[in-house]
Design a protein around this ligand. Structure first.
Ligand SMILES: [Zn+2]
Length: 119
């Protein structure tokens, strides 16, 4: 067993099932079929679940201009005897917290609102 690094390093990639070792994934297989049929671009990500979670405490974020944003893709092992859900890819970005949504009647330029997920 290899020793884990003291600090989590991104990006994280798992190219095979951590339980059975299969490299076949449910959405990965369907995507490959669609790419072969010319109906899907190979460079577009696809997964069973895609999550973007900002790791920020709303009470403590005053004055903070950025917060970690974790973007993760989950897929299911295509081995019919396994089927475990696992993390395929995760990357870390810094999300700009200075942007906000202008809800005034006159409107304004549309901007992003930080997303606070569980975790
Ligand atoms: Zn598996």
């Amino acid at each position: 067993m290899t020793e884990e690094p003291k600090k989590l390093e991104f990006p994280i990639w798992h190219d095979k099932c951590p339980v059975c070792g299969s490299t076949r994934r449910v959405i990965g297989e369907v995507k490959a079929e669609e790419v072969a049929a010319g109906k899907f671009r190979p460079e577009v990500n696809s997964a069973l679940g895609q999550f973007a979670v900002t790791v920020a405490d709303p009470i403590k974020m005053v004055g903070n201009l950025t917060a970690p944003l974790i973007v993760a893709h989950i897929d299911a092992c295509a081995n019919p005897e396994c089927g475990v859900l696992y993390l395929v890819h995760a990357r870390r970005e810094e999300q700009d917290l200075s942007v906000s949504l202008d809800l005034s009647p006159k409107g304004g330029k549309p901007t992003m609102q930080p997303f606070f997920g569980r975790g």
